[in-house]
Design a protein around this ligand. Structure first.
Ligand code: B1M
Length: 211
């Protein structure tokens, strides 16, 4: 079994304490950090999701897998993120109301931060009021980035974008959206300025939106 396969297996079965060590060993062996992330962790979470869908595992197993992935990302972070932070201005990021998924949002935040933005991360299950309040406290914010992982929270994403579109500061910001069930068509339909499929392209999009 290769080190990356070992990382994937450990994430899948939720061995948080062992994942960090395996990621470090994979790095020491010279594995590409992006490949460790994609093949060792993101693919493993897809397997976890598939097993959940097929009733082979349940919410607690998804939770421990998520915890394990977070441990792995902690070790990987310095190798993925590079560059000066904060020089391109502020970006507020949140997972929308009713949605507790944060791994994808955290990866997006990490890549955007390393692209030079100061990221204000509001966490998960964030109300529209909290997003707007955060903007009022940080009126120099350039982008608001919203994540949704459930088909059932797509309406919450629509509501959040709607609230921003109706705000008196809409012309001062760009709004970008993403998450597994979100598409470019949906982003256009709800009036967001941009959509991206993954964390790397989210950083590119953030740059384009302020460019
Ligand atoms: Co949940 N869950 N979950 N879950 N979970 C999914 C999403 C699901 C697809 C699993 C499945 O059935 N196959 C399914 C949704 C089905 C649907 O929507 N129709 C599901 C379900 C049903 C649920 C619950 C309802 C289960 C239940 O309670 N019965 C429940 C809902 C809770 C809630 O939110 N209210 C629930 C709970 C959980 C846990 C809490 C246990 C845990 C999350 C822990 C955490 O995040 N801290 C969890 C997990 C781990 C998953 C899976 C297995 C993995 C998600 C993940 O982290 N993926 C997931 C299955 C799957 O994804 N295949 C699943 C890895 C991550 C890197 O990918 O988040 O897609 P992702 O992010 C990507 C892109 O989407 C994109 O970039 C990221 C990196 O490349 N992206 C953006 C994300 N946000 C972006 C924002 C952008 C741009 C790009 O711009 C702003």
């Amino acid at each position: 079994m290769s080190k990356i396969e070992e990382v994937a297996k450990l994430v899948e079965i939720g061995k948080a304490k062992l994942v960090g060590k395996a990621v470090q060993e994979a790095l020491d062996e010279g594995c590409d950090p992006q490949e460790i992330l994609n093949k060792g962790m993101i693919d493993a979470m897809a397997v976890v999701g598939e097993k959940f869908k097929n009733n082979e595992i349940f919410v607690p197993e998804m939770l421990v897998a998520a915890r394990a992935m977070k441990k792995g990302v902690e070790v990987l972070k310095p190798h993925l993120a590079s560059g000066a932070t904060g020089v391109k201005g502020k970006l507020i990021i949140a997972t929308v109301a009713g949605d507790l998924h944060d791994i994808g949002k955290n990866l997006v935040a990490m890549m955007i931060e390393s692209a030079g933005f100061e990221v204000i991360d509001l966490g998960v299950d964030v109300s529209n009021d909290k997003i707007i309040e955060c903007y009022r406290e940080n009126p120099d914010t350039k982008i608001i980035a919203l994540s949704a992982l459930l088909t059932t929270t797509m309406p919450a994403l629509r509501d959040a974008v709607d609230a921003l579109n109706k705000s008196d500061f809409r012309s001062n910001i760009k709004v970008m959206v993403g998450g597994a069930p979100i598409t470019q068509e949906f982003a256009d339909e709800i009036g967001a300025d941009g959509y991206s499929e993954d964390a790397a392209s989210a950083a590119t999009l953030a740059n384009q939106l302020i460019g």
